[in-house]
Design a protein around this ligand. Structure first.
Ligand code: PMP
Length: 315
């Protein structure tokens, strides 16, 4: 069983289901891309595109759905509503289709065509919001819809829903700890909703308070690091505690792009932009160490970013 859930009934029913394949992703050692590190410093990446919906957000979305069902908040006939154009939306739409739960997503109108197409293919209802207002605008529209029709919607609200970070506390964190036989010394993660960092970080710190928890975030408010947030200028997610990380690393889009290209060619890992950013942050941590086991997360694969001209335009 992949994701550890609190509901024995669902656990039994869904043993052979798509949902049961969420989690238990491989932990890959980066072997060739960082040749000059000390032999006692190793970098590993959790390969989250192995999840059935193609990203780490399967874990959060499925736990949000299961928790809402268990609490009686997502009853039959209600629609799951949230604002997301990214991987969480794809995960809701995937498991919504698999479990027969209708899904409505509010999305800024300038979200990429690929993303909107993927969500339509999976049968989600899409409400386009003002492009100029970005993801905060989509969030406001979802909030208004939820407030206006509480009988119609279960408002999942990934930024404020504890089931988001708890998914990582229950699955990603324990997997990393056991896959490294408890020897992980540093955990490095990008910040989006912060669910990954907060959940994995809390679990690992409980096992061993010496494990360093390091957050990577875009250097400034305008960036191309899809999936990550510049916390100082964005609406702060209620699940995020800025005092939690031991250290922050600023990330630049260009450097992340370069790393994405190298990961493909030097490691055979065709990953998304936030994975490139995570590798850059992990390298920065590694360069300051004589020994250590650094674990980071590669949230998704590269297919959704092929039309990104800044990333692949020169190819
Ligand atoms: N990378 C990508 C590609 C994502 O879609 C997300 C989710 N927004 C993240 C990183 C960050 O994950 P989290 O929301 O758990 O902070």
């Amino acid at each position: 069983m992949a994701l550890t859930l609190d509901q024995p009934k669902l656990r039994t029913i869904h043993l052979d289901s798509l949902e049961s394949r969420v989690g238990n992703t491989p932990l890959l050692r980066l072997r060739r891309v960082f040749p000059n590190l000390s032999p006692s410093v190793q970098i590993f990446a959790k390969a989250e595109w192995f999840n059935p919906g193609g990203s780490i957000k399967d874990r959060a979305a499925l736990n949000i759905i299961y928790t809402a069902i268990a609490k009686g908040e997502l009853t039959s006939g209600k629609r799951l509503l949230d604002s997301t154009s990214g991987n969480t939306g794809i995960a809701y739409a995937t498991f919504g289709a698999a479990l027969g739960i209708p899904v409505t997503l509010t999305i800024p109108a300038n979200a990429s065509e690929e993303r909107i197409s993927i969500l339509r293919v999976l049968g989600a209802e899409i409400i386009l919001t003002d492009a100029l207002e970005g993801s905060d605008g989509a969030l406001m529209v979802a909030q208004e819809m939820a407030a206006a029709s509480p009988e119609k919607y279960f408002y999942a609200n990934q930024y404020a829903n504890p089931a988001n970070w708890e998914a990582h506390y229950k699955s990603t964190g324990p997997e990393i700890y056991s896959q490294t036989n408890g020897h992980v010394t540093h955990f490095v993660s990008g910040l989006g909703t912060s669910g990954t960092l907060m959940g994995v970080g809390r679990y690992l710190r409980e096992q061993n308070p010496k494990i360093q928890i390091i957050a990577g975030q875009p250097k400034g408010p305008f960036h191309g690091l899809e999936g990550l947030k510049h916390m100082e200028s964005a609406q702060k997610p209620p699940i995020y505690d800025e005092n939690f990380p031991d250290r922050f690393i600023d990330l630049e889009t260009e450097t992340a792009h370069e790393m994405v290209r190298r990961l493909a060619r030097e490691e055979g890992l065709f990953v998304g932009i936030s994975s490139g950013a995570a590798a850059v942050a992990a390298l920065e941590v590694a360069q300051g160490l004589d020994e250590g086991i650094i674990v980071t997360v590669f949230p998704d694969a590269g297919y959704k970013y092929i039309s990104d001209k800044a990333l692949w335009g020169g190819e």
